[in-house]
Design a protein around this ligand. Structure first.
Ligand SMILES: Nc1ncnc2c1ncn2[C@@H]1O[C@H](COP(=O)(O)OP(=O)(O)OP(=O)(O)O)[C@@H](O)[C@H]1O
Ligand SMILES: [Mg+2]
Length: 297
């Protein structure tokens, strides 16, 4: 399951909440972070996990996929002999080519995700997972990350790179195996961008979009008559009452405009839209993630 969306919309939060939910349902689940920011481990109050499958709680693991480590592991799996791999990694030409090939890091990252999802793990002592959740990189640069396998498959016309890239592309685009979730915020531009992202994912990458999560929705605390009364108080005599009424009104208007964006989003995307509440907390930790996870299914 690939969790995608623009920067800062809540991808990591939703990926962790989905992971908690799946784990609670008894699925052995791993959440993969691909940006090496270690935001996932931070949400669990855990020390950095690095390129290791680390158990966060029952049925739930986490890994931070580093492309250089993925590359080393991949080359070792291909060559089978550690000494040969180390020789290759010391070679200047190899390192030059590896650094100069655009998209290679993305390709080996997706390769690692694929490997994690295999029931017949290539990595020795690798655990079998029922669900692999990918906290994908922000879609600032379009949907290039997910298109890398296809690009490589078309550049390398024959040979192992071609067939392996094709395997990855088929895995991503087969809805029996892979689905995506888009995370959005209840504001005008993010809603537009999410609708565009859904089209791109479907039409250009060829992946299925299963859900759109509208994250950070404010509660609607006041009815219309109550809001009208607040408006009266916002121009009143008492300074403290005036300030409180203005703050309440400002949040009320924000909540209303978010509902309008929710309605727009529902009209503009095909996938079902689920909402997640804004949690008024300075920093979201394990308890907040658990609360959000209970809102998911
Ligand atoms: N529902 C929510 N309520 C309150 N705060 C939230 C909510 N969802 C996310 N946040 C906060 O918003 C910030 C961004 O969330 P998060 O890190 O999950 O986004 P992201 O899409 O993974 O960002 P990046 O693109 O940088 O990886 C974090 O500080 C997070 O705690
Ligand atoms: Mg993130």
């Amino acid at each position: 399951m690939i969790v995608t969306g623009k920067g800062g919309v809540g991808k990591t939060t939703v990926a962790v909440a989905l992971g908690l939910r799946a784990a609670a349902e008894g699925k052995r689940t791993i959440v993969c972070e691909v940006s090496s920011q270690e935001n996932t481990s931070r949400m669990f109050d855990h020390t950095a996990v690095g390129f290791h499958e680390v158990e966060m709680e029952e049925n739930l693991w986490s890994i931070s996929i580093d492309p250089d480590e993925s590359m080393r592991e991949y080359v070792l799996l291909q060559l089978k002999v550690r000494a040969m791999r180390d020789m290759l990694f010391r070679s200047r030409i190899f390192n030059y080519l590896a650094a100069a090939t655009p998209g290679l890091k993305e390709l080996v990252t997706i390769g690692k995700i694929w490997e994690l999802a295999q029931l017949d793990r290539k990595v020795k002592s690798g655990r079998k997972y029922d669900l692999v959740i990918v906290d994908a990189p922000a879609t600032g640069h379009g949907v290039g990350f997910l298109q890398t396998p296809r690009t490589f498959a078309s550049i390398a016309r024959v040979g192992p790179i071609h067939s392996q890239a094709q395997t990855l592309d088929r895995f991503i685009t087969d809805h029996e195996n892979t689905g995506t979730a888009i995370v959005a915020l209840p504001e005008e531009m993010p809603v537009n961008e999410s609708a565009a992202l859904e089209r791109e994912l479907r039409d250009e990458v060829g992946v299925a979009v299963d859900r759109v999560y509208l994250n950070g929705l404010y509660p609607e605390r006041f009815s219309k008559p109550e809001a009208e009364r607040l408006e009266g108080l916002a121009d009143g005599e008492d300074g403290a009452v005036r300030a409180a009424a203005r703050a309440a009104l400002s949040e009320h208007r924000r909540a209303r405009s978010q509902r309008a964006q929710l309605a727009r989003l529902r009209r503009r995307v095909e996938a079902p839209v689920k909402t997640l509440p804004f949690l008024f907390e300075p920093e979201l930790g394990p308890e907040a993630a658990r609360r959000l996870s209970r809102r998911l299914s």
